[in-house]
Design a protein around this ligand. Structure first.
Ligand SMILES: *[C@@H]1O[C@H](CO)[C@@H](O)[C@H](O)[C@H]1NC(C)=O
Ligand SMILES: *[C@@H]1O[C@H](CO)[C@@H](O)[C@H](O)[C@H]1NC(C)=O
Ligand SMILES: *[C@@H]1O[C@H](CO)[C@@H](O)[C@H](O)[C@H]1NC(C)=O
Ligand SMILES: *[C@@H]1O[C@H](CO)[C@@H](O)[C@H](O)[C@H]1NC(C)=O
Ligand SMILES: *[C@@H]1O[C@H](CO)[C@@H](O)[C@H](O)[C@H]1NC(C)=O
Ligand SMILES: *[C@@H]1O[C@H](CO)[C@@H](O)[C@H](O)[C@H]1NC(C)=O
Ligand SMILES: *[C@@H]1O[C@H](CO)[C@@H](O)[C@H](O)[C@H]1NC(C)=O
Length: 323
C-alpha cells in the first residue's frame, strides 16, 4: 500500500510540474509585475523565456530570456522597460514591465526550459486601463423648429471604451442621443454622447445628468448639466417697487441671455434719466403722468412693455395699466 502511494506520488511530481502565473491589471503609465513561479521539481532550469502577444504586435514573439546564472537577454524592443525581479534558484521567473502603455496590453507567456523534460509554460494576461477625462460641453441653440445639439458629454482617452449616457428624466421622450467612438493612435478611445432636441423655450434651465461608467471608476461619474436655450425678449413688464409710493420702476424681461440694451421712453417726452432696467421715479405729481415704455433687446431681437401712470392731485394713489 505504502509502496503504491510512493509510486503515485513520484508520478505526480514529474507530470505535475506546473508554471503558475498571476494575471495583472494596471493603469496606463504604471509598472506591471508579472509573477511567474515554477512548482517543485528536481530538474535543472536551462532558461526562463518570456514571450508576448500584445495589441502592438499580435503575433507571439520572444522578448526576454533569463539564464541560470541570472544574466538576461533582451529582444524585440521593450529594452530597459523589462526587469528580472525573480530568482532562478528559487524557480521564480517574475519580471516587471515599466511604464505600461496601452499597446503593451496582451498575453505574456512565461516558459521554463527544464532538463531533461523540456518546456513548461503558462499564460499571463496583462490588462492596461486608461482613465477617461470627462467633460460636458454645453451649447446654446436659439429657439426654433429644427433639431439642434443641446450638449455633448465627452469621455476622452480611455481604455476600454467608457459607457457614456444621459439621464433625462421627464425629457426622455422629447430628446434624442447619439454616441460616437473615436480611436486614437495610442490605443485610447474617446466616446462622445450628443444630446439633440428641438430647442423649445420650455427646455431652458431644465437639469439633466451625464453618467459615465468605466472599469477604472469605483463608482459611476455623474455630471449635472442645465440646458441652455437662447431666445429673444418675450414678455417685457414694468413693475413699480411699491403700488402707492414708488421710488423706482423696474423693467422685467423674459429672455436668454439677459437683455444687453434697455431703452426707456415716455410718450410725450423724449429723454428720461434711467440706468439699464431701472427708472428712478421723482416725487409723484400730475406732471409725471403718461405712458412709459421699456424696450429691451439681446442679440436675437427686442420687445417692449409699457405702463400708464395717472396721478390725481391731492391723492397719493396712481393707477397703472399694463398694455
Ligand atoms: C516604476 O518602476 C521604476 C523603477 O523601478 C520606479 O522608478 C518608478 O517609480 C515606478 N513607477 C511607479 C508608478 O511605481
Ligand atoms: C517571486 O519574486 C517576486 C519579486 O521579488 C516576489 O514578489 C514573489 O513573491 C516571488 N514569488 C514567490 C512564490 O516567492
Ligand atoms: C486571458 O486572456 C484570454 C485571451 O484574451 C482570455 O480568453 C481569458 O479569459 C483571459 N483570462 C482572464 C483570467 O482574464
Ligand atoms: C458620428 O460618427 C459618424 C461616423 O463617423 C458621423 O457620420 C456622424 O456625423 C457622427 N455624429 C456626430 C453627432 O458627430
Ligand atoms: C492618447 O493620445 C491622445 C491624442 O491622440 C492624447 O490626448 C492622450 O493623452 C493619449 N493618452 C494617453 C493615456 O497618453
Ligand atoms: C446635481 O444635482 C442634484 C439634483 O438635481 C443634486 O442633488 C446634486 O448635489 C448635484 N450635484 C452636483 C455635483 O452639483
Ligand atoms: C401727451 O400730451 C398731450 C398734450 O400735450 C396730452 O393731451 C396727452 O394726454 C398726453 N398723453 C399722455 C399719454 O399723457
Amino acid at each position: 500500500m505504502c509502496l503504491l502511494i510512493h509510486v503515485l506520488c513520484a508520478l505526480f511530481s514529474v507530470k505535475g510540474v506546473k508554471v503558475i502565473g498571476h494575471d495583472t491589471t494596471v493603469i496606463y503609465g504604471e509598472n506591471a509585475t508579472l509573477l511567474c513561479q515554477l512548482t517543485e521539481t528536481d530538474e535543472s532550469i536551462t532558461r526562463i523565456i518570456w514571450m508576448k502577444q500584445t495589441r502592438e504586435k499580435p503575433i507571439e514573439e520572444r522578448f526576454f530570456a533569463i539564464r541560470p546564472d541570472g544574466k538576461t537577454e533582451h529582444q524585440n524592443g521593450l529594452g530597459d522597460r523589462v526587469q528580472f525581479i525573480g530568482n532562478v534558484a528559487e524557480k521564480n521567473g517574475s519580471i516587471q514591465l515599466l511604464r505600461m502603455r496601452l499597446l503593451d496590453d496582451g498575453i505574456y507567456t512565461c516558459v521554463f526550459n527544464l532538463f531533461p523534460s523540456g518546456a513548461f509554460k503558462t499564460d499571463i494576461n496583462a490588462t492596461v486601463f486608461a482613465r477617461p477625462v470627462v467633460i460636458v460641453k454645453g451649447e446654446a441653440p436659439v429657439t426654433g423648429g429644427f433639431e439642434a445639439t443641446l450638449a455633448s458629454c465627452v469621455a476622452s482617452n480611455a481604455w476600454p471604451a467608457p459607457e457614456v449616457m444621459w439621464r433625462l428624466g421627464d425629457l426622455e421622450n422629447s430628446l434624442r442621443t447619439e454616441t460616437n467612438h473615436t480611436v486614437h493612435p495610442n490605443g485610447t478611445i474617446t466616446v462622445v454622447s450628443y444630446l439633440f432636441g428641438v430647442p423649445f423655450k420650455h427646455l431652458n434651465k431644465k437639469n439633466i445628468q451625464c453618467e459615465v461608467k468605466h472599469n477604472t471608476l469605483t463608482e459611476d461619474l455623474v455630471i449635472n448639466y442645465t440646458i441652455n436655450i437662447h431666445y429673444p425678449p418675450e414678455s417685457v413688464v414694468i413693475i413699480p417697487d411699491s403700488p402707492t409710493n414708488a421710488k423706482e420702476f423696474k423693467c422685467v424681461v423674459d429672455s436668454n441671455p439677459e437683455p444687453t440694451i434697455y431703452t426707456w421712453t415716455r410718450d410725450n417726452k423724449s429723454t428720461l434719466y434711467y440706468k439699464d432696467n431701472k427708472l428712478p421715479v421723482p416725487k409723484l405729481s400730475p406732471d409725471f403722468n403718461g405712458l412709459y415704455i421699456c424696450h429691451a433687446s439681446n442679440q436675437y431681437g427686442s420687445s417692449a412693455g409699457s405702463l400708464y401712470v395717472n396721478v390725481h392731485t391731492g391723492e397719493s394713489i396712481f393707477f397703472i395699466f399694463f398694455l
